[in-house]
Design a protein around this ligand. Structure first.
Ligand code: IPE
Ligand code: IPE
Ligand code: MG
Length: 248
């Protein structure tokens, strides 16, 4: 970071929780065992995010593309979501977490859908961590659906940007060693800081999570400018002002 620069603001962390299958395979287990272990790590990281006082955490739990996996694996992932909700419900409420699921949940069992909608409405007014699960989520369809919902022919970047259910991401973490986005929050990560960890998700710990956040605070977010640590929207307003000046 530049001498004297302010550390960047951290409001929203998003995580691509990858590597469950390889973790299991390297231990000669079935892939689903990796998902079971991985779901325990979700509990730890949600707790840590809440303890750290983070504003918002979005977790990629199931992508639209994951439908191409074997039925048995998909069923396991669905049942792990149900179990997670049953297990964590009370803690989520007690810790004043606001819970939401992004994505199309219509193919989940009615029981799981009710659990999700129930927890969403119970925690709607909560002021603690905003916890979003991206389940059966796709970044491109999120953009299309958000635009359709507005029922307009034309739209500004600002207005469309404001209309997403999930705000801009400050820090995107992907575990599992792959360096790609896999159709996650493609609009919202336009200016996110990226962190790729080689750790497989079931081995990811609170300590590594904290270390990555520490590392984030060492970064300098320039947003195309030469000054450090500015908020993206602020910086864009400034850029527009400058452009107007030059047009006169
Ligand atoms: C991430 O782990 C979990 C989901 C995609 C649901 P993977 O299952 O993709 O694990 P790898 O990448 O095969 O190791
Ligand atoms: C991304 O992981 C989806 C989730 C973590 C839920 P994948 O394992 O599905 O991504 P690809 O197939 O390697 O790009
Ligand atoms: Mg994977």
């Amino acid at each position: 970071m530049m001498e004297g620069a302010k550390p960047p603001k951290l409001s929203h962390v998003a995580i691509i929780m990858d590597g469950n299958g390889r973790w299991a395979k390297s231990r000669s287990h079935l892939r689903v065992w990796g998902h079971i272990r991985g779901s325990k790590v979700v509990t730890d990281i949600v707790e840590e995010a809440s303890d750290l006082g983070l504003h918002e955490l979005t977790l990629y739990a199931f992508s639209q593309e994951n439908w191409s996996r074997p039925v048995h694996e998909i069923q396991t992932l669905f049942s792990l979501l149900r179990k997670f909700l049953l297990r964590e419900r009370t803690k989520i409420i007690e810790n004043s977490i606001r819970f939401r699921v992004m994505g199309d949940i219509s193919r989940l069992s009615p029981e799981t859908q009710n659990l999700i909608r129930g927890l969403e409405s119970t925690t709607l007014e909560n002021s603690g961590l905003r916890l979003n699960f991206a389940f059966n989520y796709g970044g491109r369809s999120d953009i299309v659906e958000t635009f359709k919902r507005l029922d307009k022919r034309e739209i500004s970047e600002e207005e469309l940007g404001r209309s997403f259910d999930i705000p801009n991401v400050d820090l995107l973490i992907r575990t599992g060693g792959e360096m790609r986005i896999s159709n996650f929050l493609i609009w919202q990560i336009a200016y996110a800081e990226l962190y790729f960890s080689k750790t497989m998700w079931p081995d990811f710990t609170r300590e590594e999570f904290r270390d990555i956040i520490q590392e984030f605070f060492q970064r300098e977010r320039r947003y195309g400018s030469i000054n450090a640590a500015r908020d993206w929207d602020y910086s864009r307003k400034e850029a527009r002002k400058n452009k107007e000046l030059f047009n006169h």
